[in-house]
Design a protein. Structure first.
Length: 119
């Protein structure tokens, strides 16, 4: 039992020396540097993520404007196409009323045999 106490005493003494070495400023310096650089890296990542988020929001806003412009142009083209069709129909009604054309000339040669032109 006395031998065990001697071993425990020696072990305790080594442990105290080891703790003293580990708590020394020279041993703590790399740990503090690691913590500081880790915090710097975390802040840098946060700023990069924030910048990317802002850039995506801005680009999505611009894309929304572009899609809106294309949609408006599409609606305008659709209205123009309908107006041209209506103009063609009114022109044909006028020609039929004058007697210079008949309604079969609207369909062309593929669907009405014997019709050679659109007049």
């Amino acid at each position: 039992e006395e031998g065990e106490q001697q071993v425990d005493f020696a072990r305790g003494r080594r442990l105290r020396r080891l703790v003293k070495i580990l708590e020394s400023p020279a041993a703590q310096k790399p740990v503090r540097q690691y913590v500081n650089w880790s915090q710097v890296a975390a802040v840098a990542l946060y700023l990069v993520h924030l910048g990317c988020f802002i850039a995506i929001i801005v680009l999505l806003g611009r894309t929304d404007d572009c899609v809106s412009d294309v949609s408006k142009a599409g609606v305008g083209l659709d209205h123009m196409h309908r107006a041209l069709i209506d103009t063609r129909v009114i022109d044909m009604w006028y020609k039929v009323a004058k007697g210079t054309a008949n309604m079969t000339s609207l369909y062309g040669t593929a669907s009405r045999p014997g019709v050679t032109s659109y007049d």
